[in-house]
Design a protein. Sequence first.
Length: 262
Amino acid sequence: MSSPSTTTAPLVSLHTHTDLSLCAKPNMTLDAAVALAVEDGYHTLGFTDHIHIAEVTDRPAHAQQLREYRSRRDEANWPVRVLIGGEFEVQGKGSMVECDEILEVCEFVVVAPNHYHLRWVDSVGDTCAETAAHELDCFETAINWPHTDIIAHPYVGKIQKPEHEPNAMWDATDKNRIRDLIALAKERDVAMEIQPAVWFHPDRAGRVAELIDMWLDDGGLVSLGSDAHTLSTLRTWTERYGEIVERFDLTTEKMWLPPLDR
Ligand SMILES: [Zn+2]
Ligand SMILES: [Zn+2]
């Protein structure tokens, strides 16, 4: 496996689901996703299946599946770096959906700050500004959790009210608080994710790119994740990756990449 160049952004997806996630397509198996990544010349493919509350995620079974993924990877010697992680979620301000048994098996951790569509996740705020402030509370919760490597899909949670669309929430956001959060994230080596929900829907979420610009300007790291739940969305991510690299002028130095000992 070649090491990443110091200038060119390596092709990665550090947020990828398999059929272990309830919402993924049955054809999105570990092996099928790896085969696509090999074909498309990925540098690293990181798997991050959902860890929900204990009533929803069979935690011992989930942990066992991750152990099996890791053994499969260790035996297979694939020509792409494959990491087995997890997508954990913020439950509310200052509170995480935790699971030590699964954390122990994860090689890296993505945290969703805004799974507002799930009944156990707080959805707070009436006005756009309140909703945006709650989103930042959830970023802060994710940054303060010692296990977090990456904050997933900023501003593109499934908010029920149309007036709380990502662009409007971004406009209503206190940008000084964003600067404080970037400083905190830098201290803790937490990256902000660039992902399709922001990038592929400019009318709905295009202005959130300003968050990424601020994050990079202040020296924070970004992470690139397809959030693919199907093989076809992973392929689309490959095809459109270059646009993102170009838009944010990405290089290896600006990207969170898992340490080589993981
Ligand atoms: Zn998510
Ligand atoms: Zn996801």
